[in-house]
Structures are given as structure tokens and as C-alpha cells.
Design a binder for this molecule. Structure first.
Ligand code: GTS
Length: 210
């Protein structure tokens, strides 16, 4: 019985980075998929600390907040840099990923039709910091921080893959990020995860927009 359970809607959303992390780390987990109908009944929502999902269980530990879940897995699976300095940089990266993810969520759920063009036009400015980070770390040939993969890599990879669906050419002017996505996506367990029916058939967002 795996210690991990992900309780979430049938979407990639804020669940896919942790799924990718667990898959790449050779961990198994249980999915408890919550339908919109179940959610709208209200009792599960009322039981959630912040009234939202994902919810995550690691044995008797229950967590909410996707980034807290990622940090917990980072700490417990050795995916938080080699020392305090790298851990601080990993946090800085993940906060930057969250900033862009939050912008993406607003676009998807509030103004996709009217806002997509402007969002895509502004996207290079939001991606450039990650290209810069790669350029400062071994010429971009390693991970986003240091010599080992971190939870922020999985979160960034998920976000970049999602943005390549929204705007397929968004990484064309970022050679290090393009190579980074190709390199991480070809890690055997990530490659298998990305090819799995669970991933392929899971919509990115709850409203069908992507
Ligand atoms: N800060 C939270 C996190 O990072 O986990 C945000 C969670 C969140 O916004 N959850 C949404 C939700 O529960 C679903 S999703 O945006 O992650 O797909 N929405 C339902 C509701 O009733 O708010």
C-alpha cells in the first residue's frame, strides 16, 4: 500500500508536477479522483482546510497547498538541493514558477478568449528568468539549481510543457529551456509517465481550455 494519496480533480492542473516527481523517483501513489458533481455537493469542500484541492496524504500526514506538498516531497526524497544555499535557490525558482502558474490559471479560467493573445505576447518576459537561471548553472546543461534534480525542476517542467500546448513556439527563443525540457522529458521514468494513458488522457484544466 503506497503511503501517498493524491486527492484531486481529474485534471493535470496543480497535481501533475507532484505526479511527475513521484513517477521519476520510482514512487507509487493512489489517486482519489474527485468529480465536479461530488465537489459541488459541498461536504468534501467543507472538510478541506482551505476549501480547495489538491489534498495529499503521506501516511498520517495530510497536506493541502500544492507547493507545500512539493516542498514536503523535496525534503523527504532529497530533492531540495545539496545545501541551504541551493535550497534557498530552489525555493526562489519554485516561487517564480508559482507566479507564472497563477497568471496561467487566471488566463484559463477568467479571460482565455480575450486575454490569450496578450498573455502569449508577454510570455517571453516571464520565461526569460528561467533561461537566465539555466545560463548561470553549468551553461544550462544540468538542472535549474546545482547538480541534482529538485522539486522545482518538476514544477517548472510541468509548467513549460503546459505552456508549449498553449503556445507551441514559446520556447523557440530560449535554447537552454528548450534543451532542458527535452532533456528532463527524456528521463526514462518521466518519458514513461508522459506517455502513460493516465497523463495523456488527463485534461490540463477543468474547463477544457489549454
Ligand atoms: N494555493 C492552492 C494550491 O496551490 O494547492 C490553490 C488550489 C486551487 O486553486 N485549487 C482549485 C480548487 O480547489 C483547483 S485547481 O485550480 O488547482 O485546478 N477549486 C475548487 C474550489 O472550490 O475552489
Amino acid at each position: 500500500m503506497p503511503p501517498y494519496t493524491i486527492i484531486y480533480f481529474p485534471v493535470r492542473g496543480r497535481g501533475e508536477a507532484m505526479r511527475m516527481l513521484l513517477a521519476d523517483q520510482g514512487q507509487s501513489w493512489k489517486e482519489e479522483v474527485v468529480s465536479i458533481e461530488t465537489w459541488q455537493q459541498g461536504s468534501l469542500k467543507a472538510s478541506c482546510l482551505y476549501g480547495q484541492l489538491p489534498k495529499f496524504q503521506d501516511g498520517d500526514l495530510t497536506l493541502y497547498q500544492s507547493n507545500a506538498i512539493l516542498r514536503h516531497l523535496g525534503r523527504t526524497l532529497g530533492l531540495y538541493g545539496k545545501d541551504q544555499k541551493e535550497a534557498a535557490l530552489v525555493d526562489m525558482v519554485n516561487d517564480g514558477v508559482e507566479d507564472l502558474r497563477s497568471k496561467y490559471v487566471v488566463l484559463i479560467y477568467t479571460n482565455y478568449d480575450t486575454g490569450k493573445d496578450d498573455y502569449v505576447k508577454a510570455l517571453p518576459g516571464h520565461l526569460k528568468p528561467f533561461e537566465t537561471l539555466l545560463s548561470h548553472n553549468q551553461g544550462g546543461q544540468a538542472f535549474i539549481v546545482g547538480n541534482q534534480i529538485s522539486f522545482a525542476d518538476y514544477n517548472l517542467l510541468d509548467l513549460l510543457l503546459t505552456h508549449q500546448i498553449l503556445a507551441p513556439r514559446c520556447l523557440d527563443t530560449f535554447p537552454l529551456l528548450s534543451a532542458y525540457v527535452a532533456r528532463l522529458s527524456s528521463r526514462p521514468k518521466i518519458k514513461a509517465f508522459l506517455a502513460s494513458p493516465e497523463h495523456v488522457n488527463r485534461p490540463i484544466n477543468g474547463n477544457g481550455k489549454q
